[in-house]
Design a protein around this ligand. Structure first.
Ligand code: UDP
Length: 143
């Protein structure tokens, strides 16, 4: 087991549904600690840059449109095996396939509007955290 950091985005559907606190309670109950957090309304360029890996996929345009449709909450999370742990509590990409009790099962309405993002590897977590936060914005949780 090792302490890792991962990037979480609470997508515009969560913010619009007034469910920020609901999702954060799942994160905190899972033992993950928030070490940085900010609400921001992504620009088209920021969303396209973040999801550049998907730019050839058929859903790319709709994904960027959705991600820029309202504010999101970006957070860096820290904890034991944080990358895998957060993906476990997020549930499958398609909320219809997500296990009961996961964030997507409980908060998402469709595969397009699926509540949250979580980094899929430790390597991508470092890249994605740096995409949104300066090193000085990450707050060590020592207490
Ligand atoms: N997505 C979509 N339609 C699809 C597949 C993916 O809109 O058919 C969106 C969805 O918001 C997903 C994101 O693209 O969260 C990134 O896809 P990925 O396969 O990386 O899923 P994730 O890692 O978010 O579970």
């Amino acid at each position: 087991m090792s302490v890792e950091r991962t990037l979480s985005i609470l997508k515009p559907d969560v913010v619009a549904n007034n469910a920020i606190g609901g999702v954060i309670s799942y994160i905190e109950k899972a033992g993950l600690k928030i070490v940085a957090a900010r609400m921001q309304h992504l620009t088209q360029r920021e969303a396209e840059g973040f999801y550049a890996v998907h730019k050839e996929r058929p859903f790319f345009g709709d994904l960027v449109k959705f991600m820029t449709s309202g504010p999101v909450v970006v957070m860096a999370l820290e904890g034991e095996n944080a990358v895998a742990r957060y993906r476990e509590i997020m549930g499958a990409t398609d909320p219809k396939k997500a296990a009961p009790g996961t964030i997507r099962a409980d908060f998402a309405s469709s595969i397009d509007e699926n509540a949250c993002h979580g980094s899929d590897s430790l390597e991508n977590a470092a890249i994605e955290i740096a995409y949104f936060f300066r090193a000085t914005e990450l707050c060590p949780r020592t207490r």
